[in-house]
Design a protein around this ligand. Structure first.
Ligand code: GCU
Length: 603
């Protein structure tokens, strides 16, 4: 018995010790590009560690920090001691960026890569410091100067770790264990139709703030009163009760509010802002200044609602002329997109097609994509990767999905162009899935009652050529949105001509995916799959079919650009690319691109 108690105590202390430094990151700081930051982007030293040798011992017990790679031992300093790892090599990776497209040997790699950045920093008295990650796919464990300090799960949402008082003038050793292994209980789960790009895929930076700072805020138009701007401010720090002034100079608005003991305050401002819309994507400089901090953001004001089968933007019906987009580089074959330039090219193509809307599939894209779309007048459907066969019965999976939802909304709640939050894509129906998604929908509406909530739902055939949506979810979302592939996965293109679509509830219909594949430059008979002619004909028959759908309020054909997927394996045709792009992975516009362009000109 004594031995049992001893081993249990050892195990518990080991677990406690191992997880001591893997707490949750600090609450997300919004609008980091409007703050004082120091970039940590650039070449980081790396160790590829498929067996997680740097984290576990040979019995798969977590190492102590001192025995782990977080210790960052200098192999060359003392050759009398055995260390079997060394960061001081030429094995580097560019941050931001996925590792798959930076090194041939990492093309399919799914596992751990250790990243190290040694940096100098001039700690500023009276300031707090955080290390902010735009995203790390999929799990990241952060270590500073040999100590684990935080852990984050989720490959597409930002997180920041407070390091106030922990940085020194020279030689700060920041080590991040990034592991992109897929997990059955993950979000997404094991199976998805996109490449599992791993790494520090978005920028890393030090964010400096006053001791009490403006961490989060909401500035929106009252959904029911276009002459009222409402919102709230959340301070973070000991000096919670402060006067905060909200200024929108162009509207002659300046209002002072007082935060409570929790640093929180709401406000309402009478104003008549020019309303944001695709034709006039008007943004205002909004300054929020507390007694200790000041932050400025570019914010647009608009309302979005539904009325019967219409989507109303600023009270007027709008048809969402969209396209779906994966977060991939516009050229150079593939790789995670991360920069403003990437965003401008991808969204420029959408504008060239005549779009006023983009579906950022299947996960929150980098912040540049959303902000550039806002400037360009592109409305956005933003979603979390609750995709396909998620473990809907698993409470940890739900917690993960909800955390990603909260982080997505927190980051982008002030972006006027985001009009739809989506909680799922093509998830198999069932009681557990319905409960899981209803909880996510409730959380979305609780956090943000100003936007529409959607999901790409399942459809039902009434007969071979008559389709409806009976998915139980339809009662809880604002749109009847679903993906359909008549002419690709369901028959050939001519079947589009025979289709009927019937819906027995009055909500806007939104076709969130349609289309088919083509290899850019491959030409042949219109009946031959993967030719540009087949895709062109499919698109023409598809839009003719869309014309017949009563209550259609928008569509986002699948997809702007060919994108890499391990599921697409026809050598010489797919070569690990899903070829449904209207544009090739090298930027070539296929014939179907012009079908959409022409159709959007008439809508
Ligand atoms: C599905 C899915 C996409 C996928 C597409 C396809 O609808 O939502 O993620 O890429 O079909 O099969 O190409």
């Amino acid at each position: 018995m004594k031995r049992f108690l001893l081993s249990a105590a050892v195990l518990l202390s080991a677990l406690a010790f191992a997880y001591a430094g893997e707490g949750a990151p600090a609450p997300q700081i919004v609008n980091v590009y409007g703050r004082e930051t120091v970039s940590l982007d650039g070449l980081w030293k790396t160790i590829v560690d498929p067996y997680e040798n740097g984290y576990y011992n040979y019995r798969m017990d977590p190492h102590s920090d001192a025995s782990s790679y977080f210790a960052d031992r200098d192999f060359d300093a003392d050759r009398t001691v055995l260390y079997e790892y060394n960061f001081n090599t030429d094995r580097t990776l560019m941050v931001p960026g996925d590792w798959n497209t930076q090194r041939d040997e990492l093309y399919y790699y799914e596992g751990t890569v250790w990243y190290r950045n040694i940096f100098d920093y001039q700690p500023k008295p009276g300031r707090r410091t955080f290390i902010y990650f735009g995203a790390a796919n999929y799990e990241a464990i952060i270590g500073l100067d040999g100590k684990k300090i935080a852990r984050h799960v989720g490959g597409y949402t930002p997180f920041n770790v407070e390091v106030t008082g922990m940085l020194k003038e020279t030689g700060n050793s920041l080590i991040v264990k990034v592991d992109n292994k897929r997990h059955a209980d993950g979000v997404p789960t094991l199976n998805s139709d996109w490449w599992n790009y791993g790494g520090l895929t978005r920028s890393v930076m030090i964010v400096e703030t006053p001791m009490t700072f403006i961490r989060d805020y909401s500035v929106q138009l009252d959904p029911d009163d276009v002459e009222k701007i409402e919102g709230w401010v959340q301070l973070d720090g000991k000096q919670a009760r402060q006067d905060v002034v909200v200024t929108i100079a162009e509207l002659n608005v300046k209002q002072t509010i007082r935060t409570d003991s929790k640093g929180f305050a709401r406000f309402e401002i009478k104003a008549r802002p020019e309303l944001w819309c695709p034709e006039n994507p008007k943004l205002y400089d909004v300054n929020i200044a507390s007694e200790t901090d000041s932050v400025t953001d570019r914010i647009g004001f608009r309302t979005v609602k539904t009325r019967g089968t219409e989507i109303l933007l600023n009270g007027e019906p709008v048809f969402c002329k969209g396209v779906s987009i994966h977060e991939e580089m516009p050229y150079s074959g593939s790789g995670r997109a991360y920069s403003e330039d990437h965003a401008r090219i991808l969204l420029g193509w959408a504008k060239e097609m005549g779009c006023n809307f983009v579906r950022l599939a299947h996960y929150p894209h980098n912040e540049h994509m959303v902000r550039v779309a806002e400037e360009m007048g592109l409305m956005v459907w933003s979603e979390i990767p609750v995709y396909w066969t998620i473990q809907f019965e698993n409470p940890q999976t739900y917690a993960n999905a909800e955390a990603q939802l909260v982080d997505m909304i927190t980051r982008d709640r002030n972006r006027a162009n985001v009009i739809i939050w989506s909680v799922a894509n093509e998830t198999p129906r069932g009681a557990a899935r319905l409960d899981f998604l209803k909880r996510l929908i409730d959380k979305t509406r609780e956090m943000d009652p100003t936007r529409l909530v959607s999901a790409a739902m399942e459809k039902d055939n009434i007969d071979a050529v008559t389709v409806t949506v009976k998915d139980e979810l339809v009662d809880y979302v604002d749109l009847i949105s679903f993906n359909q592939y008549v002419g690709w996965y369901d028959g050939s293109s001519e079947k589009c001509d025979r289709m009927n679509w019937v819906f027995n509830i009055k909500k806007p219909v939104f076709i969130s995916e349609f289309g088919g594949g083509a290899v850019y430059g491959r030409h042949g008979d219109v009946t031959e799959r993967f030719t540009e002619e087949y895709q062109e004909d499919l698109y023409q028959r598809s839009v003719n079919m869309l014309e017949r759908i009563e209550g259609l309020a928008g569509t986002t054909p699948w997809i702007l650009k060919d994108f890499r997927s391990p599921r697409r394996q026809i050598v010489g045709i797919q070569d690990d690319f899903n070829r449904k792009g209207l544009i090739s992975d090298q930027g070539g516009k296929k014939k179907a691109f012009y079908v959409m362009k022409k159709w959007y000109e008439t809508h």
